[in-house]
Ligand binder design. Structure first.
Ligand SMILES: [Fe+2]
Ligand SMILES: [Fe+2]
Length: 265
């Protein structure tokens, strides 16, 4: 089976380029499961319920987020509206599982593809150069112990390449794919690890590449040059959709191929 994972959608330019390409990519590669990271879809900061619904309409089965999940207050009620055993859209919008216990939302979704294959999507967030949260490695162990599906995709939202590579090796043979998000720059290290896990350190953002990781470059440059706080706005220029396409055995969950995708205008 084929799994499409689209990297962090950034702002309206990101939404537009994903809308342009996601349909034909899903059809051309006979994609069975589509996962989209939406943590920056609303102007670069978080995601609103309406934008989440729009991205589900484009064909996404599961949405993931990250450290920006709380940026839009209205998303909290959307997350709270999901029943833990439900399958409706708010339940299929994930936030990192290793945040403090009891917060709104869920870090794992278990579902079935249209073709009848059980799958799970798990989101974790790293701790290196990020806010202090629970150990993502132990969290992965605990969550995987309760997942029955063989096809398991992990979105590991992290800053440090070392931590993301470490998670790939830690979960090799236990999940179908470990795909990095958050740094917004696609890495050229996609591979199948020895025990059958597809890995890429960062899938890259789906957003404006004439920018500094999505933000208007002059605003970020000014901050680097002066150290003064400033307003950040999503850039628009040179949008590209970055994604990873993973092929796996639906019965074992073992990955056989991972391909990087980058599509522009
Ligand atoms: Fe992001
Ligand atoms: Fe992030």
């Amino acid at each position: 089976m084929n799994i499409l994972f689209v990297g962090d959608i950034f702002g309206s330019a990101g939404r537009r380029i994903v809308r342009e390409h996601i349909g034909h990519v899903r059809r051309a590669h006979e994609v069975d499961l589509t996962i989209v990271n939406v943590e920056n879809a609303a102007g670069g900061f978080g995601v609103t319920p309406q934008i989440a619904e729009d991205i589900f309409e484009m064909g996404a089965d599961v949405l993931t987020t990250g450290n920006h999940v709380w940026d839009k207050k209205e998303l909290i009620d959307y997350l709270k509206s999901a029943a833990s055993d439900g399958e409706e859209r708010p339940r299929r919008l994930l936030r990192p599982a290793n945040f403090s216990p009891g917060l709104p939302g869920y870090g794992v979704f278990e579902g079935k593809t249209q073709g009848g294959v059980d799958y799970a999507v798990l989101q974790l967030q790293g701790r290196v150069f990020m806010t202090a949260i629970d150990d993502p490695f132990r969290a992965a162990d605990a969550l995987l112990a309760n997942i029955k599906a063989k096809v398991i995709v992990v979105d590991f939202h992290g800053e440090a390449t070392s931590e993301k590579v470490a998670m790939g090796w830690y979960l090799d043979g236990r999940v179908t794919a470990v795909l990095g998000t958050h740094t917004h720059v696609p890495t050229a290290d996609e591979r199948i690890l020895p025990l059958g896990t597809a890995f890429q350190t960062d899938v890259g953002m789906s957003g404006p590449y004439d920018s500094i990781i999505g933000v208007e470059k002059d605003m970020v440059l000014q901050k680097f040059l002066t150290g003064m706080p400033g307003k950040f706005e999503a850039a628009k220029g040179n949008p590209r959709m970055c994604a990873a396409l993973v092929t796996c055995d639906a019965r074992t969950g073992r990955a056989s191929q991972i391909q990087r995708i980058m599509l522009g205008e």
